[in-house]
Design a protein around this ligand. Structure first.
Ligand SMILES: [Zn+2]
Ligand SMILES: [Zn+2]
Length: 124
């Protein structure tokens, strides 16, 4: 099969250039396929998508991902997901720390109050 023949058929939608227009060898982003312009746009999308969070090309930062345990998921690059997860983990750890601190102190103050009441009771 001569190479020239391949170039007349889109490698993705398998349509001829009569149907879908010019088919070119696309070497961008290591695609390396004969694609019509429509399929090239689709093939290129993961590489050109911009992370809405950091406004960078998501492909260069681990690719496009999504954050959230249930929908609606927040679209962002992998790096932003990792950052967010770290932030949330840190926040949860801090919350736990504050909670433990309050519980500890609550016990301390109740203990002090009881000691005072008992102390006053002994005095009177
Ligand atoms: Zn195509
Ligand atoms: Zn990002």
């Amino acid at each position: 099969m001569p190479i020239e023949f391949e170039s007349n058929i889109c490698a993705r939608c398998h349509k001829s250039d009569n149907e879908v227009g010019k088919i070119k060898l696309r070497k961008e982003h290591k695609i390396n396929k004969y694609l019509c312009s429509k399929c090239f746009e689709k093939a290129e999308k993961p590489y050109t998508a911009i992370c809405p969070k950091c406004k960078r090309v998501a492909h260069e930062y681990g690719g496009m991902s999504a954050y959230g345990e249930r929908p609606p998921f927040e679209d962002m690059c992998v790096e932003c997901v990792e950052k967010k997860e770290k932030r949330v983990a840190k926040r949860n750890a801090l919350k736990l720390k504050i909670k433990n601190f309050l519980i500890k102190n609550w016990r301390f103050w109740i203990g002090t109050a009881i000691a005072l009441i008992v102390g006053f009771g002994l005095l009177s």
